[in-house]
Design a protein around this ligand. Structure first.
Ligand code: C5P
Length: 408
């Protein structure tokens, strides 16, 4: 199963140089399992040919409401009724204005007006010069489109084809793909503010060496993405990893456990859910050297002594908000054996309502995992799957538990 399996998306292109990105977007949506029906305005066809889009989508491309290929000559009805969503990418300033006014003088605008509002959502990826974007008319139109129920996917900033630099570029095709995937995920955490720790920590021995572990951060980043997709505000506190920040997530990078605790304590005051996926180092060198420790040729090895790191999860879970579950805390346990017994013991020791166990050596660095959820009611098994699929299921489980808690 890919993330858009079974979804039929009408991809509308309007006039703008960002049409070149729509070709890649079309492929990306299809790769995720969607079927894509391309509709282009006359202006869009000045920037990219219908032939390109036809080859990529493997379907005829439509541009005119007078196209005689539709047996009933009602393309605007046929195309809008079969769509799970209409995505306009790129959406020009002019096309936004047309949508606001309800114009219907070309196939794409006609189709947007004719779509059943309750069944076919409209997603808009604006693309224009920065002055056009900043113009009060465009800003007004954008606000009105949102009020009318459309989803504005946002814009990028940076160098523009016109030579200027600023806001108004179309988002990259991968960003739009992820936004479309997120759009279809169930919104189970709307109104929640989720704080997540992820990755390993790095405990310095001296300025060039340190102690870390094999955690890749993938599970924590997948949790952040899944929580965001579910509609939560998400803050991610990440140890040293080289992973891209999921769309719409605010990220704070830290190195050591002590740094991680400091950022968590700052951010946790406004959170409603805390998920600790980080593999925090249990110990750190007692006295990190200010200068590189040199070998002197005598064969003598440095003496290292350690102190225990603060247990971030236990500190947060045992705070008053954690104890009253105004802050719902979720811990992870990476074990090598006796997963169930260790996970149950760890849940009680840390004082968290939900503890998620996994076998560390079988998952560190991998793209998949298997989970065991332990809470007061019992044990739930989650069979091996991709970390993102598991993260989505786990977010659904967390949301169910929070709803149950709120009903009490
Ligand atoms: O005790 P252990 O490291 O096995 O506990 C794992 C859980 O506790 C994970 O959720 C991890 O993120 C969290 N933890 C923490 N701070 C530590 C150690 C673990 O937040 N110093």
């Amino acid at each position: 199963m890919t993330d858009l399996t079974g979804k039929h998306i009408v991809l509308g292109l309007t006039g703008g140089i960002a049409c070149y990105k729509a070709a890649e977007l079309c492929r990306a949506l299809i790769k995720e399992g969607a079927t894509v029906q391309v509709v282009m305005t006359e202006a869009a066809a000045q920037f990219i040919t219908p032939v390109t889009m036809q080859a990529l989508s493997n379907r005829p491309v439509y541009g005119s409401q007078w196209d005689v290929r539709a047996p009933n000559n009602m393309l605007h009805i046929n195309l809008s009724r079969e769509a799970d969503a209409i995505l306009i990418a790129p959406c020009s300033a002019d096309f936004m204005a047309k949508l606001v006014q309800g114009h219907a003088d070309d196939l794409l605008s006609l189709m947007c007006l004719a779509r059943p509002l309750d069944k076919v959502p409209l997603l808009i990826a604006p693309a224009m010069n920065r002055e056009m974007w900043a113009h009060p008319a465009t800003q007004r139109n954008m606000a009105q489109l949102a009020l009318d129920g459309s989803t504005i996917l946002g814009i990028g900033r940076g160098d523009q084809a016109c030579g200027e630099t600023g806001d108004g570029r179309m988002l990259a095709s991968a960003e739009l793909r992820d936004d479309v995937i997120a759009f279809f995920q169930p919104k189970t955490l709307v109104g929640e503010r989720v704080l997540i720790t992820a990755g390993p920590t790095y405990e310095a021995i001296d300025p060039v060496r340190g102690i870390t572990n094999l955690s890749s951060g993938k599970m924590g980043f997948a949790m952040a993405r899944a929580a965001r997709e579910a509609g939560a505000e998400v803050t991610l506190v990440a140890g040293p990893v080289s992973l891209a920040t999921p769309r719409g997530v605010s990220r704070f990078d830290v190195k050591s456990a002590v740094d991680m605790l400091q950022v968590v304590q700052e951010k946790v005051t406004t959170a409603t859910i805390f998920i600790a996926t980080a593999a925090v180092a249990d110990w750190r060198p007692a006295n990190a050297a200010d200068q590189k420790i040199k070998k002197d040729g005598s064969g003598k090895t440095p003496e290292l002594s350690f102190v225990e790191n603060p247990d971030i999860l236990a500190i947060v879970a045992q705070s008053p908000r954690g104890q009253h579950q105004a802050l719902y805390c979720v811990g992870f346990a990476a074990e090598s054996h006796d997963l169930l017994a260790n996970a149950q013991a760890k849940r009680l020791r840390k004082g968290v309502p939900l503890l998620v166990g996994n076998i560390g050596p079988a998952t560190f660095g991998q793209d998949d995992n298997a989970l065991l959820l332990v809470d007061a009611l019992g044990v739930t098994d989650m069979a091996r799957d991709s970390k993102l699929s598991l993260a989505r299921k786990l977010i659904a489980e967390i949301s169910t538990r929070i709803k149950m808690k709120n009903q009490k």
